[in-house]
Each structure stands twice: as structure tokens, then as C-alpha cells.
Design a binder for this molecule. Structure first.
Ligand SMILES: [Mn+2]
Length: 330
């Protein structure tokens, strides 16, 4: 197993010490939570509960069907401005504190804030920060925390951690799929995790409507900049015709980025008051630089922004910027 730096071990000890000394815990992650959000939150919650602590796991957005099998998910609270006061807040997988949404007033409702995250350039907004983008996922960090606390993980913790590894590495395909990821996954399998069963639960649960959405979105697919940019859109008509609400658009951008020769993939989603723009890079482009131009952010390879305006206007602005970037850098 990967040897953590001395400094990192000290941070983990500090977090475990905070857990020991306190009783009530608030655990949350980012808006539009994903497999890493649920996996890390629920693995940590399982551990805290096993120590006899009172835990409230809450997210601003609802838990998608594909993650409802996760042990403990039925207890997750949903929505903004959750009530109550807590000794400690854990903020997981959030590139900034704002990413938690307006879930609670951290200053008033909690005493100690622990920030655990693996995004690039995450500010150290916590009282304790375990933050480094060398980690594949937040579940990987939670794994090290739990291993620092004890020798053997429970099955419940193992399932949650596995789901975060699987989803944040995009099925063990992305560049964050390190040898550590496989070492940890291997240990989780020895604890009884069944990859096929979990993949089936996470990925093979599409509704007919979602597949119709996919076909309509694919029909908008276009190329530009000598085929280095591919883009597609989910416009209002597509939402209306398929009746999907937006959660199902996760992963659609991959259909643009998997085209041979494409360096930048862009997905435009026409929301009620703005256009959500997502970017993916296949390695050469730093798409964060494009997203930042429009007040967004993210990683080098995955970034996004929200822009007010019509779909047509926003597409033009973003494509102009992406094309200029491509003409200079690609
Ligand atoms: Mn993550």
C-alpha cells in the first residue's frame, strides 16, 4: 500500500482525534453529488456510527436511483438549510466551500470543519484540511483515514469506498486510476465486494426515457477546429420530449470526447435561467483555462461553468473561446 507522507499521517491522526473527542457529526458533499460523494460520505458515516457517534449525512440534491442501494443512503437528508447544531462538519469532495450549496450555516451550526478533497487548487477552508489532487478520489482519502484508525474495514465501508473508486475513475479508465486504486480495490474485493453486482447497480439502470435522451443528444453532435473540438447539447426541447430532469445527463459528454482525434469535448445544457457548460480534455488541452474565462472552474481535464444567455449566444461565446484556445495550443 502507498506510504503516506509523514505530514499526511499527522493530519489523519488529527482528524481521528477530533472524531474521538466529539459526539455529533455533519457530513456533506457537493451539489449534484456523484458516486464519490455518496461513497465517501457513507463510508465515513458507517465508521462514525460504529464508534457510537451521532451522524447526519445531508446533500442539497436528491440521491439518484443508481446510488440508493448504498448502505446508509436511506438516512441521507436532502435539501438546503438543514437544521441542527453539530460538533464537527466533514466537507467531502468539494473543490470549494460554496460547492456544498446552501446546506447549513457552517459558522453557526458547527464548531470544527474538516475539509477532505482531491480536486486541484482546492482552498484550505477547513480547520483541518486533508487536501491533495494526487488522490484519485475522496473515497481513497477516506480509505487511508479508516486504515489509520483500524486494521480491517467492514463490508459496509468497503462497498461505499468501492463505488467511489469505480465512478471517480470512470470505471478504472481515467488517468487517476493509479496502482493505489487497484491495491485498494483488491483489498475491498477480499472483503467481499462483488464488482459485477456493483457495476450492474450503478450503471445498468437506464430508463427508456434516458436512452431516448441519449439518441436525441447524439443527434446534436458536431465537430469544429479541424475535428479537435466536439460538442453536443441538451436543449429545452429534448428535456421536454423525454421528461428527464437533468440528473440523467451525467456521462453524455463522453460521447463527444471518445471520438478519435478530439481533444476538447463540450456539453451545453439549457437550464431554466442559464446554460450549464461542461468541458472534458483528452490530455493536451487544459479545459479549466476555458471554463475560468466564464467564471467557472474545475480540473485540467474536466471543468465547467454556468453562463446566462440564450443557448445560441452561449454556444457562440464558448465555441469562439475554445476555438481560439485550440488554434494556439493544439
Ligand atoms: Mn471526487
Amino acid at each position: 500500500m502507498k506510504r503516506l507522507l509523514k505530514k499526511e499521517k499527522e493530519i489523519l491522526k488529527e482528524i481521528l482525534n477530533v472524531i474521538d473527542k466529539n459526539n455529533t457529526f455533519f457530513v456533506t458533499s457537493h451539489i449534484h453529488p456523484d458516486g464519490d460523494s455518496f461513497g465517501s460520505s457513507l463510508a465515513l458515516a458507517a465508521y462514525l456510527e460504529s464508534k457510537g457517534k451521532k451522524v447526519c449525512v445531508a446533500m442539497v440534491d436528491p440521491i439518484p436511483f443508481s446510488y440508493q442501494f448504498l448502505p446508509g443512503s436511506e438516512k441521507i437528508k436532502e435539501g438546503k438549510k438543514i437544521k441542527g447544531v453539530f460538533d464537527v462538519a466533514f466537507i467531502l469532495d468539494c473543490g470549494s466551500q460554496e460547492r456544498t450549496g446552501d446546506i447549513i450555516d457552517f459558522k453557526k451550526q458547527t464548531k470544527i470543519m474538516v475539509n477532505i478533497d482531491h480536486h486541484i487548487k482546492t482552498p484550505l477552508f477547513g480547520d483541518i484540511n486533508f487536501v491533495d489532487h494526487k488522490f484519485s478520489s475522496t473515497v481513497e482519502q477516506i480509505y487511508y483515514l479508516l486504515k489509520e484508525a483500524k486494521n480491517k474495514l467492514t463490508f459496509r465501508e468497503a462497498v461505499c469506498i468501492y463505488v467511489g473508486l469505480l465512478t471517480d475513475t470512470c470505471k478504472f479508465q481515467e488517468s487517476n486510476t493509479s496502482s493505489n486504486v487497484f491495491s485498494i480495490a483488491s483489498e475491498l474485493l477480499r472483503l467481499g465486494v462483488l464488482p459485477k453486482e456493483i457495476s450492474k447497480k450503478v450503471y445498468q439502470n437506464k430508463s427508456f426515457q434516458e436512452q431516448k435522451l441519449l439518441s436525441m443528444v447524439l443527434s446534436t453532435l458536431k465537430l469544429s477546429s479541424a475535428n479537435k473540438i466536439a460538442y453536443l447539447e441538451v436543449n429545452k426541447k429534448i428535456y421536454e420530449k423525454t421528461g428527464v430532469n437533468g440528473q440523467e445527463t451525467e456521462g453524455l459528454i463522453n460521447y463527444a470526447s471518445m471520438i478519435f482525434g478530439v481533444e476538447i469535448a463540450i456539453l451545453f445544457q439549457e437550464k431554466k435561467d442559464f446554460i450549464k457548460v461542461s468541458f472534458r480534455s483528452n490530455g493536451k488541452a487544459d479545459v479549466r483555462k476555458i471554463a475560468v474565462l466564464f467564471g467557472g472552474g474545475g480540473h485540467i481535464k474536466a471543468a465547467g461553468c454556468k453562463i446566462c444567455g440564450t443557448l445560441k449566444e452561449v454556444k457562440k461565446q464558448v465555441l469562439d473561446a475554445a476555438q481560439e484556445y485550440a488554434s494556439k495550443k493544439l
